[in-house]
Write a protein that binds this ligand. Structure first.
Ligand SMILES: Nc1ncnc2c1ncn2[C@@H]1O[C@H](COP(=O)(O)OP(=O)(O)OP(=O)(O)O)[C@@H](O)[C@H]1O
Ligand SMILES: [Mg+2]
Length: 373
């Protein structure tokens, strides 16, 4: 069982002649403080790793996007054969893989905007269950225990499903000889008492998702690192160690709380708390419409961006679809051009973050020149 931390102090007890006649000894149980300290250190470490990863991933993403843009242009220009086409396809494939890795890192570091909407978690569990027949071998029995009166949460359904899949795949990997996978949902309340001893938990109403397996379980040493990106005990090539890091990022960006209980040989249980959506009015959000084939056109477009690369790529791609472009490298320049050419310009594509007046101010001035812009 968990040991106890005891703080011990002793001081001499003297009589009025200054002679030591005894001692005062104090014993204090500081187990709780020790646990909180460890949780705090862990939270700080995760925060630091998140900031670092997020920064690198964000910058890398921009670089990748510009490489990818130029490759797309080259691919569009090439005929159907030609010796370079194969190489370009290979490069394009590598860029896709790099982008996927970056996307996962951004998910961990919460740099991806979640598209939150009212969600009935049970529905996502059932959807995920539908995917499991392909992922989970027959020797693993899957049990669902879904609460009938489950409250609604504010969540990004795609991220929810990704988090569940990552947990379920881990459970599968922990049960190579078969076992039981249980997915449960229920309403839960976290009270002050619980939150005092669980750093990062906030009192309130939650929907609790529990995913347990009867697999190998984990040593304490492993358990301490599981949420860190690139931490894996799997052999090279079979795991990148991003699964739980992503789950962690997703839970955090939903304002939730995640716990893991595990004992070697006893299996593993993950508990995730998602805050209940407070508002009573729940509107049905329409499913996004299907993307239509790009039509192209012959209008003139004013492109405003301080990044030469973006202007270049934008001009080229819009050009391929028949548009004429005028480029501006700042909000100020855009206003000048717009004043002279507004009859010719059918559309303005405006970057928000630019040095100088910036996109928002620029937009306001454009609307002053022409309220229909
Ligand atoms: N259900 C589980 N049972 C036992 N160990 C687990 C379980 N889930 C995670 N682990 C341990 O935590 C480590 C990290 O898990 P994580 O999902 O982040 O990475 P991974 O599964 O190794 O690789 P990836 O998910 O990127 O393919 C695993 O390597 C494993 O040691
Ligand atoms: Mg995994």
């Amino acid at each position: 069982e968990r040991g106890k931390w005891i703080f011990f102090s002793a001081a001499p007890l003297k009589n009025h002649q200054g002679k030591v006649v005894g001692s005062i000894e104090t014993l204090q149980d500081v187990t709780e403080q020790k646990h909180l300290e460890a949780q705090l250190l862990h939270a700080q470490k995760m925060e630091a790793v998140g900031t670092l990863t997020g920064g690198i991933a964000h910058d890398f993403n921009n670089i990748l996007q510009s490489i990818s843009g130029y490759i797309q242009l080259l691919l569009m220009r090439k005929g159907d054969d030609g010796p370079d086409l194969d190489y370009l396809d290979q490069i394009d494939g590598s860029i896709q893989r790099a982008s996927e890795l970056i996307r996962q890192l951004l998910l961990f570091s919460r740099k991806v905007e979640s598209k939150l909407r009212p969600v009935d978690l049970n529905r996502n569990v059932v959807l995920v269950q539908g995917l499991l027949t392909k992922t989970i071998p027959k020797m693993v029995n899957i049990e669902l225990h879904l609460a009938g009166d489950l409250k609604i949460i504010n969540a990004d359904p795609i991220q929810l499903e990704q988090a569940m899949m990552n947990l379920v795949v881990n459970a599968r990997d922990a049960m190579p000889d078969g076992g039981k996978l249980i997915i449960e949902t229920e309403n839960a309340v976290l009270d002050e008492e619980y939150c005092k001893s669980h750093l990062g938990a906030t009192p309130g109403e939650y929907v609790l998702l529990t995913i347990s397996d009867t697999g190998s379980g984990m040593e304490k040493e492993t358990l301490e690192h599981i949420f860190e990106p690139f931490y894996t005990t799997k052999e090279a090539g079979s795991g990148t160690g991003l699964g739980l890091a992503i789950v962690y990022g997703i839970v955090k960006s939903h304002g939730g709380y995640i716990m893991c209980y595990s004992e070697p040989g006893e299996g593993t249980t993950f508990k995730i708390y998602f805050p209940v959506l407070e508002s009573e009015v729940i509107e049905e959000v329409p499913e996004p419409e299907e993307v239509e084939e790009i039509q192209g056109g012959d209008e003139t477009i004013l492109l405003v961006d301080d990044e030469e690369t973006i202007l270049d790529i934008g001009k080229d791609i819009l050009g391929q679809y028949g548009y004429t472009t005028i480029e501006a490298r700042s909000g100020e320049e855009a206003i000048d051009i717009y004043e002279k050419e507004k009859d010719r310009i059918g559309l303005v594509i405006l970057d928000v973050g630019m040095p100088g007046m910036g996109g928002h101010k620029c937009l306001r001035e454009l609307l002053e020149i022409d309220p229909g812009a």
